[in-house]
Write a protein of this length. Structure first.
Length: 90
């Protein structure tokens, strides 16, 4: 099961340092409950890196990919720079 961490929280972490520990703690809490933490609203490479550093299980938003037709998904997953979990590789 997954728990989504809404974009309003990730937007704050980009420019307010006090929210970084909050977001990290939220990821830890979600995972401590046996759920996978999905961070939504990853609109920049910096937020993707931050979510990875904090141990998020997955992410979602334009920094990873724009909406794709289902027919294009296999090619996107196997494209250079994409690992098998679907996260962008550094």
């Amino acid at each position: 099961m997954f728990a989504a961490i809404i974009p309003q929280l990730t937007e704050l972490s980009a420019d307010k340092p006090r929210t970084v520990p909050f977001l990290s703690g939220l990821i830890d809490l979600v995972q401590g409950l046996g759920l996978r933490a999905v961070v939504e609203g990853l609109s920049s490479p910096e937020l993707v890196a931050l979510a990875c550093i904090m141990g998020a299980d997955a992410g979602q938003e334009y920094a990873l990919s724009h909406p794709l037709p289902a027919t294009e998904l296999p090619a996107w997953v196997h494209a250079p720079g994409i690992d098998q979990s679907g996260a962008t590789a550094g």
